[in-house]
Structures are given as C-alpha cells and as structure tokens.
Design a protein around this ligand. Structure first.
Ligand code: AMP
Ligand code: GLY
Length: 429
C-alpha cells in the first residue's frame, strides 16, 4: 500500500515511521512533514498544506495512494475525510459531523449528557450575565472552556471567581479566541489523575490502543502554563485492567453507539481525555478526534502491528476479529522545546547530537524541525520528542533522558520529571 499521512508534527512522524514498518506498506508520503519524516527510510515529504484539500486529493489520486491517515484535528473538523471519501479516496479519520466531538465542546457535553456517559456537570452559555450568575452560584474552583477549536489553549481552570469572570469576559467578547469563544462551557472542577485513552474505531467497533498519560504543564511539578504536552508515557498504571474494561464499557462503546444512533458513526482515532477521580470513577474531560501529541510517540514506539492494514480493515470490512500487538515494555517520551514555548520562541537554531540517538530502545521523533541544507534546525515550539523503552517506566525514563542529554541547540528547554506519577507508584509497590 501507498499511504499518505497528513500533518507535520511529532505525532505524524511517529505515525509515518510506524506505518512504514508495516508489511503491507511500500511507501509513506507525509504532507507537509518535518525533518524527521524527510530523513526516514521509505518516507517522503510533500509540500502541501493540511488545509489544501484539493491538492491533497489530487496527489492521492495521481500517486495512487491506497490509504490516507489524518493527524491533526483542524482538517478533520473542516471535513477532509468527507472530501476524500466523496471522491472514492480511502481516508481513515472521522467525518466532519463525527469530528464535532472535538470541534465543539458544547456538542460533546450535550452528547455525553444525552447518552449518560460519565463527565463533569456543566452548562453552556453565550450570554455573559447568565454565565457569571451560574459561576457565582457554583463557586470556585471552576473550569471555563471555549466551545470551538483553540489550539489546546481554550481551557481555564479558574481558582477564584475573579479569574473565572475574567476568562468568561475574554472568551464571550470574542477577544480571546474569536468565534471559537463566543460560546463557553462552564464545568465542574474534577479532582484526580488524568489519563489518555485512544481507540481505533470503524464506526461501530473500537480497538483500544495502549493507555498513556500526558504532561500538559510547561514546568516540572506540573506548574506553569498549559502546553500541547511536554511528555508522555505508555502504559499508565492508573488504567489497570479493570479500569480499562470500565472505560471501554461505560465510555468508548456508548460513545460509538451514541454517534451511530445520531447518524454520525465515528470512524478514526477517538481520543478520550479522562479524569480518574479519587473514588475510582473515570469521567470524560474531553474528546479529541485524532491521536494525541505527544501520546502517539510512546504509543507508536510500543505498537508491533501493521497499522495500515488495521486502518484499511476498519474502512473496508470493519474491525471484527482485529487485534493489535504491543511491546510489553514501557515507553516514555520527553518533549524538547524551544525556550519561551508555549509563548513566543525563536526558530532556525541548529540542532546537534541527533545522529548519536539510535538503537532499538530509543528514537527521537521530530515535531517543529526542518532541513536547512544538510542540517536540522528548529522550526516550532515543540521541537523533538525523544522516546525510550524500558522494562519499567523508570527504565524508559532513564533511557529517554540519556538520549536527551546528548542533544542540544541554543535555548533548548524540557521537563526533567516526565513519568513522575508512574515512577512514584513503581517505588511504592
Ligand atoms: P482540555 O483542553 O479539555 O483537555 O483541558 C485542558 C486541561 O484542563 C486538562 O488536561 C485538565 O488538566 C484541565 N481540565 C479540563 N477540564 C477539567 C475539569 N473539569 N476539572 C479539572 N481539570 C480540568
Ligand atoms: N496531548 C494532548 C492532545 O493531543 O490533545
């Protein structure tokens, strides 16, 4: 099969790399890709933007691409899968209607409520006075979320009423996120530990991927601004076997059944962001209509199956009888970022030390990088995700950080404590 991956971040490097190792795959193209995908054997970059649907489809048709997999949310919410499928081009990703689970938080919350799927209680508002009155009645801490896509920045966990009212004002006026913020979801604050649970779905059946945990805060100890994610590992001990079963039974399967019953069957990767509360309940914090980034990097490091074959089966005949094989070891990825991220940062810095990373236990996935002649330079906020494999999360962490220590550029920054929750548990037992 010829496979086209759409996107240019760390998730897409991990996807393209894993796909390229599958027995059914002859060639992977990535649009637009990054330096990591440019350097990967059997992977080629294509300079087409993720929102240029016509050029992407033209390439897929002319090149005889057998399967397209979409990495980021924006083209999916914009209807790329519908556009491809309408032309008979096989595309693994949710329709525009199904991608509303990520595209509109108000839709997602309404959906969860309609189908009795566990989530924080919430109300949706377009009117500032009504939203403020609700917030005052509920009290702080409380969570304010922009309805539409806001590049991972549309959530404010307000510790005080003042903070909540400031966020409401900024979002509802359109100042903070434009139209994406003109409706807000105001949500109960949930205590607990977060986990990421992703399933590969055919519209009716779900094949769970290995569980994972992200680290959203910029600094060690989970302090500082929220980012796209500063590191992740898989599996996560919060999702033990019984929790895994409960998530599938109470959340993932009802979500697929609910979407099918509403006329928008969900085909593609479904990402469930979960809060596991101290009493052991799993509640949905958010849905994403795609793989997580950086969760995809450790997950793809552990996957042993021919991923393209499984996605093609989901599209052609359904997932009945399908399975995925995993490396039993843990994988842990450390995001190396540009100083300043998630705010302003410099680009174009030369990266050194990448050649020394290799072997079966370690891989440097690129995110914001590009080729500058023969050298690799920084081209984004999150630049690399360096993943190690080990028998325990602590071993995987040691492997990843040993490789990180050899990589450098001017003003590189990363967290030193990725995996801290799992490692604390490993020490306790
Ligand atoms: P989201 O973009 O929905 O993933 O939210 C970003 C982050 O905000 C999440 O990863 C959580 O850390 C936090 N968050 C979102 N909703 C809640 C909630 N109801 N209670 C506590 N924290 C939340
Ligand atoms: N790492 C969280 C996300 O991909 O949304």
């Amino acid at each position: 099969m010829k496979v086209l991956v759409i996107g240019g971040g760390g998730r897409e490097h991990a996807l393209a790399w894993r796909l390229s190792l599958g027995a059914s795959v002859s060639q992977v193209h990535v649009a637009p890709g990054n330096a990591g995908t440019a350097l990967e054997p059997n992977v080629a970059n294509l300079s087409i933007a993720v929102d240029d649907f016509a050029k992407l489809a033209e390439f897929a048709r002319e090149e005889g691409v057998d399967l397209t997999i979409v990495g980021p949310e924006a083209p999916l919410v914009g209807g790329l899968a519908d556009y491809f499928n309408a032309q008979g081009l096989r595309c693994f990703g949710p329709s525009r209607a199904a991608a509303q689970l990520e595209g509109s938080k108000a839709f997602a919350k309404g959906f969860l409520q309609r189908h009795g799927i566990p989530t924080a209680t919430s109300e949706t508002f377009a009117d500032l006075a009504a939203a403020k009155a609700y917030v005052r009645a509920q009290g702080a801490p409380i969570v304010i979320k922009a309805d539409g896509l806001a590049a991972g920045k549309g959530v404010v966990v307000a510790q005080s009423l003042t903070e909540a009212e400031t966020a409401l004002q900024a979002m509802l006026s359109g100042d903070a996120f434009g139209d994406a913020g003109r409706r807000v979801v105001v949500e109960e604050f949930l205590e607990g530990e977060e986990a990421s649970f992703i399933a590969l779905c055919d519209g009716h059946l779900a094949l769970p991927l290995a569980s994972s945990q992200d680290h959203k805060a910029a600094y060690d100890g989970d302090r500082g601004l929220n980012t796209g994610g500063m590191g992740a590992y898989s599996p996560t001990p919060v999702v033990d076997d019984s929790m895994h079963e409960r998530i599938m039974e109470r959340i993932v399967q009802p979500t697929l059944a609910g979407m099918a019953s509403e006329g928008a069957p969900y085909l593609g990767f479904l990402y469930v962001g979960l809060m596991v509360t101290p009493s052991g309940a799993a509640k949905v914090i958010e849905f994403n209509c795609r793989l997580g980034d950086p969760e995809a990097q450790p997950i793809m490091m552990r996957l042993r199956s021919d991923l393209a074959a499984v996605c093609a089966k989901a599209l052609d005949e359904g997932l009945e009888g399908a399975s995925l094989d995993w490396d039993a070891r843990a994988a842990l990825g450390v995001v190396m970022a540009a100083e300043g991220y998630p705010g302003a940062y410099a680009k174009g810095e030369a990266i050194t030390g990448l050649d020394a990373v290799g072997g079966e236990r370690c891989k440097a996935f690129h995110a914001g990088t590009r080729m500058d002649g023969e050298s690799v330079v920084t081209n984004g906020g999150r630049v690399l995700c360096v993943v190690g494999l080990g028998d325990t999360v602590a071993d995987a962490q040691a492997e990843a950080y040993a490789a990180v220590a050899g990589i450098d550029w001017r003003n590189v920054r990363y967290r030193f404590d990725i995996g801290h929750r799992a490692i604390a548990r490993e020490k306790r037992f």
